[in-house]
Design a protein around this ligand. Sequence first.
Ligand SMILES: NC(=O)C1=CN([C@@H]2O[C@H](COP(=O)(O)OP(=O)(O)OC[C@H]3O[C@@H](n4cnc5c(N)ncnc54)[C@H](O)[C@@H]3O)[C@@H](O)[C@H]2O)C=CC1
Length: 428
Amino acid sequence: MDAPTTMSADDGTSGGGPGGGNGWFTARAGLPGPLAGEAARPPGPDVREPAAAGGREGAASPDARLVRRTLDEIAPVADKVTSYFYALLFTRHPELRCLFPVAMDTQRDRLLRALLTAAEHLDEPEVLTDYLGRLGRGHRKYGTRAAYYPAVGEALIGALIRYARRTWDDATEAAWVRTYTTISQIMIDAAADDERRAPAWWHAEVVGHERRTPDVAVVTVRPDQPYPFLAGQYTTLETPWWPRIWRHYSFASAPRPDGLLTFHVKAVPAGWVSNALVHRARPGDTLRLGPPAGSMTVDHTTDSGLLCLGGGTGIAPIKALVEDVAEHGERRPVEVFYGARTDHDLYDIDTLLRLRRSHPWLEVRAVVDGRTQLPDAVREYGPWNEYDAYLSGPLGMIRSGVDALRGVGVPSDRIRHDSLEELVAAAG
Ligand SMILES: NC(=O)C1=CN([C@@H]2O[C@H](COP(=O)(O)OP(=O)(O)OC[C@H]3O[C@@H](n4cnc5c(N)ncnc54)[C@H](O)[C@@H]3O)[C@@H](O)[C@H]2O)C=CC1
């Protein structure tokens, strides 16, 4: 849903379905219900920026138009639709309640976002398959089963019928049934396929916990079985203290021979998981990890330079990318801009400077908030037209960073970052 930039969207959402209790989806349907408390951050499927609204509507299929009409009607009451959807789901199927976190706060808007995603891409099978496939695989860790999808679909349709009264008719209902059936089947198939290859989750023991600032910890874990991933990706993580609440964290290192994984965690106000990881987790504790996701990875088929902007703990995947380039023995230029609010917040600068000493192709520049902010700094250097750009950090930094990069001539298809949608929900 966002630009041609790279995004991920493993959000556990989904939306969808028809329902109505007519047995439509009995065979397959089901929007994946956001069966879990995952705050989004980084990203899942690479979602592309939607085309301009006018153009999209013009070329839309009849189903896509009907689905979009419903979405437009419910948009102003999204909160009510979401509440009603869960009320229906849990009333009719109390056995599904245990799949969700006790507190549903972070879960609440995920369904609507998934609906929008599905609607936006209904006519783009490739994007839809990629996005929903990722959702389907990502839902395995919640204990989602194919048999749950009809219940989710029925609740969804029930909620739509109630809140899209003005535009709801037989044709609309039929369009939603088809849409939901498609969506759920893609997710079910992707999950079944993934089951043959990978566990639904990994247990991981904390083996290192280092406080770098009062709020930031570097946490190292040992998964109970091999955990394949690529530098630049992220995972979801659940602590024993907040069951079924999952948060996204990027891998802070490229894959290591000893199989250990490292994360940079900043405790944010009211962030249950982040506070537990920074202030409570100790070596010996066991966490759970979901599958790796995200496509902010290095293309090793080219020798373009890498322009990397890392803000705060967003430096974690940037460091992994630098290690990845180093391990591939490439001598392509890598320019890292590391932004922080104060000198003290540059908690990983020593590591980056150490890497710079070993690798002549690497340049590292610290940008502490003051006269300029991180995105402005790239304008003072360059030219960047031969570089692939990678951004990681707070949402505002990504947004202004993308603007700054486009402004200095970096094409959109060479700018990569995790999904903005996920970043919005990342905290916690
Ligand atoms: N821990 C991880 O693995 C990862 C974390 N992230 C995200 O990175 C963020 C890190 O948060 P903090 O460390 O608190 O960062 P922060 O809020 O201290 O910001 C870091 C730097 O980013 C720049 N920045 C911030 N807001 C900006 C804006 N509106 N416009 C331009 N520049 C801006 C500034 O230079 C600032 O000093 C979180 O949102 C987190 O979700 C992203 C990827 C990986």
